[in-house]
Design a protein around this ligand. Structure first.
Ligand code: HEC
Length: 155
């Protein structure tokens, strides 16, 4: 007699297959990148033009002590992976949700964070050197951009 043909064996078989199916689904979910870009092509293009003029110069200044300079460096371990090429970085920032208003992981929120472990740019190791922070005026530019981009997102 083959035990696996009994009702208990089939039960185990079904449980095993279901577990496999659930795990393979979980895995494919984890592999899917989030996409927060719900802009029309025209809006995305117009916003990139504005971003290039108003914000890209601020993000790319100060070399390694600036946002792009550090975040594009091979040594920086962060979920924000920039390249320094605006045609790649701008779509990535939208797609991965770095402009989402009031999101704790957004560019703006990380620059406003009160926690010294989270504030961007991070404090330098040498306490005598202070990495330059954005001025109120510069932060206001980013804030206005975030609000306008959000308005263009298709709900
Ligand atoms: C000297 C290097 C350095 C500089 C300069 C820097 N960052 Fe970061 N940043 C990091 C590191 C390392 C992390 C990952 C650790 C963490 O989350 O605090 C990080 C994390 C972040 C995150 C969160 C990414 C995520 O989702 O996990 C954002 C957003 C961010 N930085 C934005 C900025 C902005 C905007 C600037 C410019 C004002 C900036 N950073 C300047 C090193 C830097």
């Amino acid at each position: 007699m083959n035990r696996w043909r009994g009702p208990f064996g089939w039960g185990l078989f079904v449980v095993g297959i279901s577990t496999l199916l659930i795990f393979s689904q979980l895995e494919s979910k984890a592999q899917q990148e989030p996409n927060f870009d719900r802009l029309s092509a025209e809006d995305r293009q117009a916003l990139q033009k504005r971003f290039a003029k108003e914000l890209w110069p601020l993000l790319t200044r100060h070399e390694r002590d600036g946002c792009v300079g550090c975040h594009a460096g091979a040594k920086t371990v962060s979920a924000l992976r920039m390249t320094g090429d605006i045609d790649k970085d701008f779509p990535m920032l939208i797609k991965q949700g770095f402009f989402i208003p009031d999101d704790a992981g957004s560019l703006l929120a990380r620059m406003l964070d009160k926690d010294p472990k989270r504030i961007m740019p991070p404090p330098a190791k040498d306490p005598k050197f202070k990495r330059p922070h954005w001025t109120e005026k510069e932060l206001a530019l980013l804030r206005a951009f975030v609000v306008d981009l959000d308005k263009k997102q298709k709900k």
